[in-house]
Design a protein around this ligand. Sequence first.
Ligand code: ATP
Ligand code: LTN
Length: 330
Amino acid sequence: MENKKVILSGIQATGNLTLGNYIGALKNFVKMQDEYDCYYMIANLHALTVRRDPAELKENTLKVLATYIAAGIDPEKSTIFVQSQVHEHAELGWVLDCYTYMGELSRMTQFKDKSEKHADNINAGLFTYPSLMAGDILLYQADVVPVGEDQKQHLEITRDIAERFNKLYGDTFKVPEPYIPKAGARIMGLQDPASKMSKSSTIPNDTILLVDTPEEIMKKVKKAVTDSEGIVKYDVENKPGVSNLMTIYSVIKNISLDEVEKQFEGKGYGEFKTTVGEAIVKELEPFHKKYNELMNDKIYLEKIYTEGSRKASEKARKTLNLVYNKVGLV
Ligand code: ATP
Ligand code: LTN
């Protein structure tokens, strides 16, 4: 345990998770848990950067936890915890705010996107989101952070903050590496394949949720936007819809895009979509059963996050003490 490398990652408690979250992040969380000492967080402090209904935020916290476990994260192997329950996150976040520049924060694309989407609530938390996230990672001295493509910039700023701090005060933080999967790091919307599939999309049938029924999944895949060519070929520029479905299929089946092309040579989009839909349904079948069981056992879920948060806090406290000492906080 002691000499295993450390992983930290998190997902915001902002709704039902999508197939994008699953392929881009969650699947790798599961894959990596034997080899690494893993800390998987439910990012509920980050969720406050957009107005939320309090009861919904609480429910979404449990939903992410149940999703983690149902997707295969084993609470005996990995530490699963809630960000707000480990107060070291808010504390280190503040310290790191003081080592992060307004200029670098204003270059973050997520900040720009969310400011546009929530123009009536461009709050300071939305702006300093990346330094809180840097704190999440650095508290655990994480070696590797598995995330989807959209979080790459936040990993870069985390590395910059860690290096800046280390330069000023001597070795304090491990400088983390992102782990962004080669395939599936950016699953696109089914209706709008120019934008990433997102929990907060408002376009009908654009997003596959992990909790969707098999019928809903089949319907959404069948309605997915393609093109008029009728050829299953990977070409993101000219065939973004088909290429996105191919990526989804290749990751789920663990085969290359060439193999996908071969499999569907001479076949039309109808058959292609049915096969892709069925593969998604099959992949999520065990998840569904487990998820529903877990959501009916909130006492168990509370036990898992309470114990996980206690363990996480133990590790986080060591780094926070070191940081306080280095900067001169008594
Ligand atoms: P929101 O829509 O509320 O901003 P989100 O769907 O982007 O949320 P996050 O909690 O921000 O979800 O992301 C959790 C993880 O899933 C991150 O590592 C992120 O990079 C990854 N992820 C999110 N959407 C996709 C996607 N479409 N394809 C691949 N990975 C994704
Ligand atoms: N910003 C991330 C969620 C997140 C995270 C983290 C991911 C918060 N803290 C630390 C990795 C490591 C997102 O997915 N939007």
